[in-house]
Design a protein around this ligand. Structure first.
Ligand code: UT7
Length: 373
């Protein structure tokens, strides 16, 4: 397993927001635990953050992107409604043998994608799967709605899953959904039910809408239950799980889950003070940072749990493996990967140019043959 993260460099603090709208550092901190978040600038997109996280994960595991079998990007904020962000990542990495698709399960998306990646490997079909959670919710919130816009931040996290015979890895998984709660957290327009129009834009229907209290109740109930079920599935008592990596939505939700489970809150990895709720990116960013800090030891149980729009929830219990090569990667391997990324850019440009030329030649041929387009 390798891991990586991609974060915008711009930091927006609670005080910054308080200068723009009717809110305060005190309200945001006391209700959520958030102090600041990262916000993508004009050049950064979900794909660019996902690519940065993916490159770090490949470096961490010293892996060759050409060996990737599958790339899954969990996101609610793709660069385009069509084509998928996963294909943009595939192109940038030069992952010429990989299938690629996006997965939509809101803030549970990364854990959903991890479970699907694990199952692809367990089926024997795939050996190397890149799982990414990436979102730029700053592009989808209503910046005039203080009850939602202060909660979210942008970012991406990636995990590389490898087939292995050893005892480490995913031990138990759980996926859940309840569509009757779909209107508790959704974007009303821009889909087939309500396509974009001047009317939908004027009514601000392309921005996220949330029943905050309803989602809070759902989250506090679901998180603890999902943790119990997934631990039970692996035959591990919850008390023996050393680390929990929860979706980073609200410190109060994390505290409630810890209380219900009867475990100390310090066992829950938390970084939402610095990043806010980064949606599908929150679990992999937290996992990546905790791994970088050396918080997980080989053989320890690490339980990831997410909840979000849909409504959806997901959990996975992983036994941590040996440390990845990380900083010990030979420099020529790192250099090789950089060369490969440059080659991937050139190859992509060449293929686009070739398609444009072929199109032009075809239209010239049709004109000469007297056929209209
Ligand atoms: O990834 C999943 C995404 N969503 C979540 O996880 C959200 C789950 N829900 C929550 O975390 C909490 O419900 C919130 C943090 C969203 C809200 O906390 P709350 O304690 O449930 O507050 P509330 O919505 O009940 O609002 C309390 C008051 C209201 O004023 P009144 O009506 O009591 O006078 C709001 O208007 O706080 C007001 N308020 C604010 N005040 C200052 C709402 N947003 C703000 C704000 N600054 N940003």
């Amino acid at each position: 397993m390798g891991w990586g993260k991609g974060l915008p460099s711009a930091v927006v603090t609670n005080e910054d927001l308080a200068q723009r709208m009717d809110t305060s550092d005190d309200w945001i901190r006391s209700r959520t635990g958030i102090a600041e978040r990262r916000i993508a600038d004009g050049r950064e997109t979900t794909a660019s953050l996902a690519i940065a996280a993916a490159q770090q994960a490949l470096q961490c595991a010293d892996a060759d992107p050409r060996q990737l079998d599958l790339i899954i990007v969990a996101t609610a904020t793709p660069d385009y409604p069509l084509a998928s962000t996963a294909c943009l990542v595939q192109d940038a990495l030069g992952a010429t043998d990989a299938g690629a698709f996006d997965l939509g399960a809101g803030c549970s998306g990364f854990v959903y994608a991890l479970v699907m990646g694990h199952r692809a490997i367990a089926s024997g079909e795939n050996d190397l799967v890149l799982v990414i959670g990436a979102d730029t919710l700053s592009r989808m919130v209503d910046w005039q709605d203080r009850s939602t816009c202060v909660l979210f931040g942008d970012g991406a996290g990636a995990v590389l899953l490898k087939a292995s015979e050893g005892p480490a890895g995913v031990q138990s998984t759980l996926l859940g959904s309840d569509g009757s709660g779909s209107s508790m957290l959704y974007v009303p327009a821009g889909g087939s039910a309500r396509p974009a129009s001047a009317e939908t834009v004027a009514a601000r229907e392309h921005a996220l809408r949330m029943d905050g209290r309803g989602v809070y109740r759902f989250a506090t109930q679901t998180m603890a239950e999902a943790c119990e079920l997934v631990a039970e599935g692996a035959g591990v008592p919850v008390a023996d799980v050393q680390h929990f990596v929860p979706h980073q939505a609200n410190q109060r939700i994390i505290a409630q889950a810890a209380k219900r489970l009867g475990v100390d809150e310090s066992r829950f990895v938390s970084n939402l003070e610095r990043y806010g709720n980064t949606s599908a990116a929150s679990v992999p960013i937290a996992l990546c940072e905790a791994a970088e800090e050396g918080r997980f030891q080989s053989g320890e149980h690490v339980l990831m749990v997410g909840f979000g729009a849909g409504l959806t929830w997901a959990a996975a219990l992983v036994d941590w493996g040996e440390a990845e090569p990380g900083a010990a990667v030979p420099w020529w391997h790192s250099m090789g990967r950089r060369v490969l990324y440059g080659w991937a850019r050139a190859r992509s440009r060449a293929r686009r140019t070739w398609r444009a030329l072929a199109e032009w030649a075809w239209s010239v041929f049709r004109r000469m043959a007297g056929k209209s387009d």
